[in-house]
Write a protein that binds this ligand. Structure first.
Ligand SMILES: [Fe+2]
Length: 189
């Protein structure tokens, strides 16, 4: 089964896919199986440290690739049991593929027009538990939370159209509607 498919092979395929694609949905549908292929070949890239969760945050992101122009960002992410992220978007498209453990992705759509500064409204759309071999795509503008409801650290492979610290992205408090832009610390992976 293993073809010795590496992160560099994946990035080459991502670049060709994005260059040829005519729409974001085409990118998402083509990147999902590529991400699954990289997961199946995880022996070529995964490291024990990708399971090391930052104590304060409850999650960590390890950079596997970033283009010189900050496009095509690939992370290994890990979440400790009980970790629930704020509701957030990415400012770009995203594909998340499960490597180990379970991550529940709860998906929301923003339903207001953004005209009220610092305020937003979201609507629940569904959830999906991502396990080894699963892959989900999120168009730009999708909001979600990630929660690890299992007893084990989860690891997943994340691919974004752009480094999310170079996009405009935000968190929305579902109770109050308060919107905050944010950045996340990244580790070299
Ligand atoms: Fe996210």
């Amino acid at each position: 089964m293993s073809e010795h498919y590496t992160v560099q092979n994946y990035v080459d395929d991502l670049q060709a896919t994005v260059a040829a694609a005519e729409s974001e949905s085409e990118i998402l549908s083509k990147v999902r199986p590529l991400a699954q292929k990289l997961v199946e070949n995880r022996d070529t890239w995964i490291k024990p440290e990708h399971y090391e969760v930052n104590d304060e945050r409850g999650s960590s992101l390890y950079v596997l690739h970033e283009g010189k122009d900050h496009t095509l960002m690939v992370f290994a992410a890990c979440f400790r049991p009980g970790r629930v992220t704020p509701v957030h978007d990415h400012g770009t498209w995203a594909v998340v593929a499960g490597v180990d453990g379970e991550e529940k992705n709860t998906i929301y759509l923003r339903t207001d027009d953004g005209s009220k500064p610092g305020y937003g409204e979201i609507q629940f759309r569904g959830d999906k538990v991502v396990r080894h071999g699963d892959a989900i795509g999120m168009p730009a503008g999708t909001f979600h939370t990630v929660s690890n409801e299992s007893n084990e650290v989860s690891v997943s492979l994340h691919t974004y159209g752009m480094n999310t610290n170079h996009t405009v992205r935000c968190q929305i408090d579902p109770e109050t509607g308060k919107v905050d832009e944010f950045k996340i610390p990244l580790r070299e992976g």
